[in-house]
Design a protein around this ligand. Structure first.
Ligand SMILES: Cc1cc2nc3c(=O)[nH]c(=O)nc-3n(C[C@H](O)[C@H](O)[C@H](O)COP(=O)(O)O)c2cc1C
Length: 168
């Protein structure tokens, strides 16, 4: 898919087919994640594609929307708040780094014809416990991964004028 078509095609999908994801598509998505930039190239992340039913059920107990349970896989983005670059004020940059890498995953998945939906509205402590994640690691985002079975809600955006400006 052409780059700008991928950008336009990507939407949050909240309904999935019960159809497995080909291993070669997952491998290409992994390559796309691994090409993401990060501050000082520290790559303070780990991505896990959970196909395992038992683990998916654990995740779905913490974020219990039915459409997440429909997906054949759940992508999980872990960030390391110690082994990342820190801003000059000392704040860890891991959430920014992982945001970029996660969006590589999301766009690569879109190019593969797969649906995704960023999810952050879960109890982080409960998700870390479900996934057996310990500090300094934390679960920064998750997303269902699978072939779409639902249309996205109508696109709503601020006007371009409000958010993007070219200053000459
Ligand atoms: C950082 C982040 C967190 C999000 N968390 C959730 C979430 O927990 N649950 C959900 O249904 N959608 C979540 N979304 C999806 C947004 O609601 C969605 O991106 C936005 O409404 C725009 O719609 P679109 O993705 O279809 O263009 C999240 C998106 C981002 C970028």
């Amino acid at each position: 898919m052409e780059f700008y078509d991928v950008i336009k095609q990507r939407r949050s999908i909240r309904g999935y087919q019960n159809k497995p994801i080909p291993a070669d598509a997952l491998a290409r998505i992994g390559e796309a994640v691994n090409l993401a930039p990060s501050a000082c190239n520290l790559q303070p992340w780990k991505f896990l594609i959970v196909e395992n039913k038992e683990f998916r059920e654990k995740i779905c107990k913490v974020y219990s929307q039915p459409w997440l349970a429909q997906a054949p896989a759940i992508a999980v983005a872990f960030g390391n708040n110690e082994k990342c670059w820190k801003r000059l004020e000392g704040d860890p940059i891991a959430a920014v780094d992982i945001g970029i890498a996660m969006e590589h995953l999301v766009l690569a998945a879109t190019a593969e014809g797969l649906g995704t939906c960023w999810i952050c509205a879960y109890n982080v402590a409960a998700m870390n416990e479900a996934l057996q994640v310990e500090e300094p690691w934390t679960t920064l985002a998750i997303s269902p991964l699978g072939y779409p079975a639902a249309e996205p809600i109508p696109l709503k955006r601020k006007s371009l004028r409000e958010v993007f400006e070219v200053m000459k």
